[in-house]
Design a binder for this molecule. Structure first.
Ligand code: ACO
Length: 349
Protein backbone atom coordinates (compact mmCIF):
# COMPACT_ATOMS: atom_id res chain seq x y z
CA UNK A 1 0.00 0.00 0.00
CA UNK A 2 1.62 3.33 -1.00
CA UNK A 3 1.96 6.03 1.60
CA UNK A 4 0.75 9.51 0.77
CA UNK A 5 2.99 12.57 0.76
CA UNK A 6 2.50 16.30 0.75
CA UNK A 7 3.52 17.23 -2.79
CA UNK A 8 2.67 20.94 -2.53
CA UNK A 9 1.72 23.38 0.20
CA UNK A 10 0.35 26.93 0.18
CA UNK A 11 -1.13 29.55 2.48
CA UNK A 12 -3.05 32.78 2.22
CA UNK A 13 -3.68 35.45 4.82
CA UNK A 14 -5.64 38.66 4.16
CA UNK A 15 -3.84 42.00 3.91
CA UNK A 16 -5.77 43.71 6.69
CA UNK A 17 -3.81 43.54 9.98
CA UNK A 18 -5.79 44.13 13.20
CA UNK A 19 -3.68 44.76 16.31
CA UNK A 20 -4.76 44.18 19.90
CA UNK A 21 -4.92 47.94 20.32
CA UNK A 22 -7.32 48.18 17.35
CA UNK A 23 -9.74 45.93 19.26
CA UNK A 24 -9.83 48.31 22.23
CA UNK A 25 -12.08 50.66 20.25
CA UNK A 26 -14.86 48.03 20.33
CA UNK A 27 -14.45 46.34 23.71
CA UNK A 28 -12.91 46.66 27.13
CA UNK A 29 -9.63 44.81 26.58
CA UNK A 30 -5.92 45.57 26.36
CA UNK A 31 -2.83 44.56 24.43
CA UNK A 32 -1.30 43.46 27.73
CA UNK A 33 -4.22 41.13 28.65
CA UNK A 34 -4.35 39.51 25.22
CA UNK A 35 -0.59 38.98 24.92
CA UNK A 36 -0.21 37.69 28.45
CA UNK A 37 -3.05 35.14 28.20
CA UNK A 38 -2.76 34.07 24.55
CA UNK A 39 0.52 35.33 23.05
CA UNK A 40 -1.43 37.03 20.23
CA UNK A 41 -0.16 40.43 19.02
CA UNK A 42 -2.25 40.81 15.86
CA UNK A 43 -4.48 38.90 13.48
CA UNK A 44 -5.74 39.31 9.90
CA UNK A 45 -9.34 40.02 8.88
CA UNK A 46 -10.61 39.18 5.41
CA UNK A 47 -11.89 41.85 3.04
CA UNK A 48 -15.52 42.39 3.96
CA UNK A 49 -17.02 41.84 0.52
CA UNK A 50 -14.32 40.42 -1.72
CA UNK A 51 -12.98 37.59 0.43
CA UNK A 52 -14.76 34.56 1.83
CA UNK A 53 -13.64 31.30 3.40
CA UNK A 54 -13.75 29.76 -0.08
CA UNK A 55 -11.84 32.52 -1.91
CA UNK A 56 -9.05 32.42 0.69
CA UNK A 57 -8.96 28.62 0.40
CA UNK A 58 -8.68 28.95 -3.37
CA UNK A 59 -5.71 31.35 -3.06
CA UNK A 60 -3.87 28.88 -0.79
CA UNK A 61 -4.84 26.00 -3.10
CA UNK A 62 -3.43 27.73 -6.19
CA UNK A 63 -0.01 27.92 -4.52
CA UNK A 64 -0.14 24.32 -3.27
CA UNK A 65 -1.18 23.03 -6.71
CA UNK A 66 1.54 25.06 -8.43
CA UNK A 67 4.19 23.78 -6.01
CA UNK A 68 3.01 20.21 -6.65
CA UNK A 69 3.74 20.82 -10.34
CA UNK A 70 0.20 20.01 -11.47
CA UNK A 71 -2.88 21.99 -12.54
CA UNK A 72 -6.26 22.41 -10.88
CA UNK A 73 -7.71 20.06 -13.49
CA UNK A 74 -5.43 17.25 -12.23
CA UNK A 75 -7.06 17.34 -8.77
CA UNK A 76 -9.33 14.30 -8.37
CA UNK A 77 -10.84 14.96 -4.92
CA UNK A 78 -11.32 17.92 -2.54
CA UNK A 79 -11.51 17.84 1.25
CA UNK A 80 -12.36 21.21 2.81
CA UNK A 81 -12.21 21.83 6.57
CA UNK A 82 -13.90 24.89 8.09
CA UNK A 83 -16.30 26.03 10.80
CA UNK A 84 -17.06 29.31 9.02
CA UNK A 85 -18.41 28.25 5.61
CA UNK A 86 -19.64 30.72 2.99
CA UNK A 87 -23.09 29.13 3.24
CA UNK A 88 -24.68 26.98 5.92
CA UNK A 89 -25.06 24.61 2.99
CA UNK A 90 -23.73 23.66 0.48
CA UNK A 91 -20.19 23.32 1.79
CA UNK A 92 -17.09 25.13 0.56
CA UNK A 93 -15.70 22.08 -1.29
CA UNK A 94 -18.11 22.48 -4.20
CA UNK A 95 -17.42 26.22 -4.31
CA UNK A 96 -13.72 25.45 -4.75
CA UNK A 97 -14.56 22.95 -7.49
CA UNK A 98 -16.53 25.69 -9.28
CA UNK A 99 -14.04 28.51 -8.72
CA UNK A 100 -11.07 26.46 -9.92
CA UNK A 101 -12.96 25.04 -12.92
CA UNK A 102 -12.21 21.48 -11.90
CA UNK A 103 -13.93 18.43 -13.37
CA UNK A 104 -17.00 16.89 -11.72
CA UNK A 105 -14.86 15.44 -8.94
CA UNK A 106 -15.95 14.60 -5.39
CA UNK A 107 -15.89 17.37 -2.79
CA UNK A 108 -16.18 16.69 0.92
CA UNK A 109 -16.51 19.17 3.78
CA UNK A 110 -15.14 18.30 7.21
CA UNK A 111 -16.66 19.90 10.34
CA UNK A 112 -14.13 19.25 13.04
CA UNK A 113 -13.23 22.81 13.94
CA UNK A 114 -9.65 23.18 15.26
CA UNK A 115 -8.88 19.52 14.44
CA UNK A 116 -10.50 19.91 11.01
CA UNK A 117 -7.35 20.03 8.93
CA UNK A 118 -5.72 17.00 10.57
CA UNK A 119 -8.99 15.05 10.21
CA UNK A 120 -9.22 16.16 6.55
CA UNK A 121 -5.61 15.10 5.94
CA UNK A 122 -6.33 11.70 7.48
CA UNK A 123 -9.38 11.21 5.22
CA UNK A 124 -7.33 12.15 2.15
CA UNK A 125 -4.50 9.85 3.29
CA UNK A 126 -6.88 6.87 3.33
CA UNK A 127 -8.10 7.61 -0.21
CA UNK A 128 -4.51 7.82 -1.50
CA UNK A 129 -3.48 4.63 0.32
CA UNK A 130 -6.47 2.74 -1.07
CA UNK A 131 -5.47 3.82 -4.58
CA UNK A 132 -8.80 5.57 -5.20
CA UNK A 133 -7.30 9.03 -5.89
CA UNK A 134 -3.90 10.39 -6.97
CA UNK A 135 -4.10 14.17 -6.39
CA UNK A 136 -6.20 15.28 -3.44
CA UNK A 137 -6.56 18.92 -2.48
CA UNK A 138 -6.92 19.41 1.27
CA UNK A 139 -7.88 22.91 2.48
CA UNK A 140 -8.36 24.48 5.89
CA UNK A 141 -9.82 27.99 5.78
CA UNK A 142 -11.69 30.35 8.09
CA UNK A 143 -13.34 33.77 7.95
CA UNK A 144 -13.99 34.23 11.65
CA UNK A 145 -14.24 38.01 11.49
CA UNK A 146 -17.83 37.74 10.17
CA UNK A 147 -19.14 35.84 13.19
CA UNK A 148 -17.71 37.30 16.39
CA UNK A 149 -19.19 39.40 19.16
CA UNK A 150 -17.01 42.53 19.20
CA UNK A 151 -18.65 43.94 22.31
CA UNK A 152 -17.12 43.50 25.78
CA UNK A 153 -19.59 40.63 26.30
CA UNK A 154 -17.77 38.54 23.65
CA UNK A 155 -14.19 39.60 24.37
CA UNK A 156 -12.95 36.26 25.76
CA UNK A 157 -13.63 34.70 22.34
CA UNK A 158 -13.33 37.50 19.78
CA UNK A 159 -9.75 38.56 20.64
CA UNK A 160 -8.47 35.04 19.93
CA UNK A 161 -9.62 34.38 16.37
CA UNK A 162 -8.29 35.45 12.97
CA UNK A 163 -8.84 34.74 9.27
CA UNK A 164 -6.70 32.82 6.79
CA UNK A 165 -6.26 29.64 4.78
CA UNK A 166 -3.79 26.84 4.13
CA UNK A 167 -3.81 24.00 1.61
CA UNK A 168 -1.86 20.92 0.60
CA UNK A 169 -1.87 18.55 -2.36
CA UNK A 170 -1.60 14.91 -1.34
CA UNK A 171 -0.15 12.36 -3.76
CA UNK A 172 1.17 8.78 -3.52
CA UNK A 173 4.71 8.87 -2.08
CA UNK A 174 7.57 8.27 -4.51
CA UNK A 175 9.60 6.12 -2.12
CA UNK A 176 8.77 3.77 0.76
CA UNK A 177 10.46 5.77 3.52
CA UNK A 178 8.76 9.16 3.17
CA UNK A 179 5.17 10.29 3.51
CA UNK A 180 2.43 10.27 6.15
CA UNK A 181 3.43 7.52 8.60
CA UNK A 182 0.18 7.50 10.58
CA UNK A 183 -2.77 9.63 11.65
CA UNK A 184 -4.69 9.43 14.93
CA UNK A 185 -8.23 10.74 15.43
CA UNK A 186 -10.19 11.09 18.68
CA UNK A 187 -13.34 12.63 20.08
CA UNK A 188 -15.21 13.03 23.36
CA UNK A 189 -18.65 14.58 22.97
CA UNK A 190 -19.22 14.76 26.71
CA UNK A 191 -18.22 18.47 26.71
CA UNK A 192 -19.63 19.38 23.28
CA UNK A 193 -21.39 22.50 24.59
CA UNK A 194 -18.42 24.18 26.30
CA UNK A 195 -16.84 25.28 23.01
CA UNK A 196 -19.63 25.64 20.52
CA UNK A 197 -21.86 27.81 18.39
CA UNK A 198 -25.38 26.63 19.18
CA UNK A 199 -27.31 28.55 16.53
CA UNK A 200 -28.44 28.11 13.84
CA UNK A 201 -29.31 24.57 14.86
CA UNK A 202 -32.12 22.04 15.26
CA UNK A 203 -31.90 21.75 19.05
CA UNK A 204 -34.76 23.42 20.93
CA UNK A 205 -32.70 24.26 24.02
CA UNK A 206 -33.20 27.97 23.66
CA UNK A 207 -36.87 27.74 24.64
CA UNK A 208 -38.71 25.96 27.44
CA UNK A 209 -40.76 22.85 26.55
CA UNK A 210 -43.89 24.85 27.40
CA UNK A 211 -42.97 27.59 24.89
CA UNK A 212 -42.26 25.04 22.17
CA UNK A 213 -45.56 23.23 22.84
CA UNK A 214 -47.43 26.51 22.36
CA UNK A 215 -45.66 27.56 19.14
CA UNK A 216 -47.65 27.32 15.93
CA UNK A 217 -46.07 25.74 12.82
CA UNK A 218 -44.84 29.08 11.51
CA UNK A 219 -43.01 29.75 14.78
CA UNK A 220 -41.58 26.20 14.79
CA UNK A 221 -40.30 26.89 11.27
CA UNK A 222 -38.22 29.77 12.62
CA UNK A 223 -36.62 27.88 15.49
CA UNK A 224 -33.47 27.23 13.46
CA UNK A 225 -32.55 30.92 13.81
CA UNK A 226 -34.93 33.55 15.13
CA UNK A 227 -34.83 37.32 15.65
CA UNK A 228 -35.01 36.65 19.36
CA UNK A 229 -31.83 34.59 19.28
CA UNK A 230 -29.98 37.35 17.47
CA UNK A 231 -31.34 40.00 19.87
CA UNK A 232 -29.93 37.92 22.74
CA UNK A 233 -26.53 37.34 21.07
CA UNK A 234 -27.18 33.60 20.75
CA UNK A 235 -25.63 33.56 17.28
CA UNK A 236 -22.03 33.82 18.49
CA UNK A 237 -19.53 31.14 19.54
CA UNK A 238 -19.46 30.21 23.21
CA UNK A 239 -16.27 29.13 25.00
CA UNK A 240 -15.56 28.11 28.55
CA UNK A 241 -11.88 29.00 28.13
CA UNK A 242 -10.42 27.56 31.35
CA UNK A 243 -12.09 24.15 30.76
CA UNK A 244 -10.81 24.06 27.19
CA UNK A 245 -7.32 24.90 28.41
CA UNK A 246 -7.32 22.09 31.00
CA UNK A 247 -8.38 19.42 28.50
CA UNK A 248 -6.11 20.69 25.71
CA UNK A 249 -2.92 20.45 27.77
CA UNK A 250 -3.67 16.77 28.46
CA UNK A 251 -4.87 15.68 25.01
CA UNK A 252 -2.18 17.46 22.93
CA UNK A 253 0.76 15.57 24.52
CA UNK A 254 -1.26 12.32 24.57
CA UNK A 255 -2.02 12.34 20.84
CA UNK A 256 1.53 13.40 19.93
CA UNK A 257 2.96 10.52 22.00
CA UNK A 258 0.46 8.16 20.36
CA UNK A 259 1.85 9.11 16.93
CA UNK A 260 5.47 8.76 18.10
CA UNK A 261 4.92 5.44 19.91
CA UNK A 262 3.07 3.96 16.92
CA UNK A 263 6.11 4.57 14.76
CA UNK A 264 8.86 3.88 17.28
CA UNK A 265 10.04 7.47 17.73
CA UNK A 266 10.76 9.70 20.75
CA UNK A 267 10.01 13.44 21.18
CA UNK A 268 13.70 14.20 20.54
CA UNK A 269 13.32 12.73 17.02
CA UNK A 270 10.79 15.39 15.98
CA UNK A 271 12.32 18.04 13.74
CA UNK A 272 9.27 20.28 13.87
CA UNK A 273 6.05 19.98 15.85
CA UNK A 274 3.20 21.99 14.33
CA UNK A 275 0.57 22.36 17.04
CA UNK A 276 -2.81 23.88 16.24
CA UNK A 277 -2.37 27.55 17.17
CA UNK A 278 -5.01 27.64 19.92
CA UNK A 279 -3.10 29.70 22.41
CA UNK A 280 0.67 30.23 22.82
CA UNK A 281 0.43 29.20 26.48
CA UNK A 282 -1.01 25.80 25.48
CA UNK A 283 1.79 25.26 22.93
CA UNK A 284 4.43 26.21 25.51
CA UNK A 285 2.92 23.83 28.05
CA UNK A 286 2.98 20.99 25.50
CA UNK A 287 6.60 21.81 24.61
CA UNK A 288 7.58 21.65 28.26
CA UNK A 289 5.64 18.47 28.98
CA UNK A 290 7.29 16.62 26.07
CA UNK A 291 10.73 18.05 26.82
CA UNK A 292 11.01 19.65 23.38
CA UNK A 293 13.48 22.43 22.60
CA UNK A 294 11.99 25.76 21.52
CA UNK A 295 13.23 25.35 17.94
CA UNK A 296 11.33 22.04 17.65
CA UNK A 297 7.95 23.77 17.98
CA UNK A 298 6.65 26.20 15.35
CA UNK A 299 4.31 28.95 16.56
CA UNK A 300 2.87 31.87 14.62
CA UNK A 301 -0.26 32.65 16.65
CA UNK A 302 1.46 35.95 17.54
CA UNK A 303 0.85 37.17 13.94
CA UNK A 304 -2.39 35.47 12.95
CA UNK A 305 -4.34 34.61 16.09
CA UNK A 306 -6.20 31.29 16.16
CA UNK A 307 -7.35 30.47 12.62
CA UNK A 308 -9.01 27.17 13.64
CA UNK A 309 -8.93 24.72 10.67
CA UNK A 310 -6.42 26.92 8.84
CA UNK A 311 -3.87 27.16 11.64
CA UNK A 312 -2.03 23.86 11.09
CA UNK A 313 -1.56 24.23 7.31
CA UNK A 314 -0.61 27.92 7.65
CA UNK A 315 2.02 27.09 10.31
CA UNK A 316 3.26 24.07 8.34
CA UNK A 317 3.56 26.19 5.20
CA UNK A 318 5.47 28.96 6.98
CA UNK A 319 7.84 26.50 8.67
CA UNK A 320 8.51 24.87 5.30
CA UNK A 321 8.99 28.24 3.56
CA UNK A 322 11.51 29.22 6.24
CA UNK A 323 13.58 26.12 5.45
CA UNK A 324 12.86 24.46 8.79
CA UNK A 325 11.59 21.29 7.09
CA UNK A 326 13.73 19.31 4.65
CA UNK A 327 13.52 15.89 3.05
CA UNK A 328 13.80 13.13 5.64
CA UNK A 329 12.71 15.32 8.58
CA UNK A 330 10.13 14.04 11.05
CA UNK A 331 7.18 16.45 11.28
CA UNK A 332 4.32 16.07 13.71
CA UNK A 333 0.97 17.85 13.28
CA UNK A 334 -1.32 17.96 16.32
CA UNK A 335 -4.66 19.61 17.02
CA UNK A 336 -7.31 19.88 19.70
CA UNK A 337 -10.60 21.74 19.67
CA UNK A 338 -14.35 21.93 19.81
CA UNK A 339 -16.19 18.63 20.12
CA UNK A 340 -13.92 17.88 21.82
CA UNK A 341 -11.93 16.41 18.98
CA UNK A 342 -8.18 15.94 18.81
CA UNK A 343 -5.83 14.43 16.25
CA UNK A 344 -2.24 14.02 15.12
CA UNK A 345 -0.32 13.10 11.98
CA UNK A 346 3.30 11.98 11.83
CA UNK A 347 5.05 12.72 8.55
CA UNK A 348 8.49 11.74 7.22
CA UNK A 349 9.04 14.67 4.84
N1 ACO B 1 -9.72 41.35 27.73
C1 ACO B 1 -9.71 41.68 29.05
N2 ACO B 1 -10.27 40.91 30.00
C2 ACO B 1 -10.85 39.76 29.60
C3 ACO B 1 -10.89 39.36 28.26
C4 ACO B 1 -10.30 40.22 27.30
N3 ACO B 1 -10.28 39.92 25.98
N4 ACO B 1 -11.52 38.18 28.17
C5 ACO B 1 -11.89 37.83 29.41
N5 ACO B 1 -11.48 38.79 30.28
C6 ACO B 1 -11.63 38.83 31.72
C7 ACO B 1 -12.82 38.02 32.20
O1 ACO B 1 -14.00 38.79 32.14
C8 ACO B 1 -12.42 37.71 33.61
O2 ACO B 1 -12.66 38.83 34.41
P1 ACO B 1 -13.18 38.66 35.92
O3 ACO B 1 -12.07 37.91 36.63
O4 ACO B 1 -13.35 40.07 36.36
O5 ACO B 1 -14.45 37.87 35.84
C9 ACO B 1 -10.90 37.55 33.54
O6 ACO B 1 -10.50 38.21 32.33
C10 ACO B 1 -10.46 36.11 33.49
O7 ACO B 1 -11.29 35.43 32.54
P2 ACO B 1 -11.05 33.93 32.15
O8 ACO B 1 -11.97 33.51 31.06
O9 ACO B 1 -11.03 33.10 33.40
O10 ACO B 1 -9.60 34.09 31.59
P3 ACO B 1 -8.49 33.04 31.44
O11 ACO B 1 -7.37 33.40 32.28
O12 ACO B 1 -8.97 31.64 31.51
O13 ACO B 1 -8.07 33.31 29.93
C11 ACO B 1 -8.46 32.37 27.79
C12 ACO B 1 -9.03 33.21 28.91
C13 ACO B 1 -7.29 33.08 27.18
C14 ACO B 1 -9.52 32.15 26.74
C15 ACO B 1 -8.01 31.01 28.39
O14 ACO B 1 -9.02 30.43 29.14
C16 ACO B 1 -7.61 30.05 27.33
O15 ACO B 1 -6.63 30.24 26.66
N6 ACO B 1 -8.32 28.96 27.22
C17 ACO B 1 -8.02 27.98 26.20
C18 ACO B 1 -9.01 28.14 25.17
C19 ACO B 1 -8.44 28.43 23.84
O16 ACO B 1 -7.27 28.43 23.59
N7 ACO B 1 -9.36 28.60 22.95
C20 ACO B 1 -9.04 28.82 21.61
C21 ACO B 1 -10.10 28.25 20.79
S1 ACO B 1 -10.34 26.60 21.07
C22 ACO B 1 -9.07 25.85 20.44
O17 ACO B 1 -8.50 26.31 19.50
C23 ACO B 1 -8.66 24.64 21.11
Amino acid sequence: MPKSRIAGIGMYVPQHVVSNNDLTSYMDTSDEWIQERTGIKERRYAHRTQETTTTMGVEAAKIAIDRAGITAQDIDFIVFATLSPDYYFPGCGVLVQRAMKMGEIGALDVRNQCSGFVYALSVADQFIKSGMYKNILVIGSEKHSFGLDFSTRGRNVSVIFGDGAGAVVLQPAEDEESGILSTHLHSDGESAEILAMYNPGTHANYWTSQQVANFDEAEIGQMFMSHEMIDNAQNFPFMDGPSVFKKAVVKFPEVIMEALNTNGYKPADIKVLIPHQANLRIAQFVQQKLGLREEQVYNNIQKYGNTTAASVPIALCEAWQQGMIEKGDLVCLAAFGSGFTWASALIKW
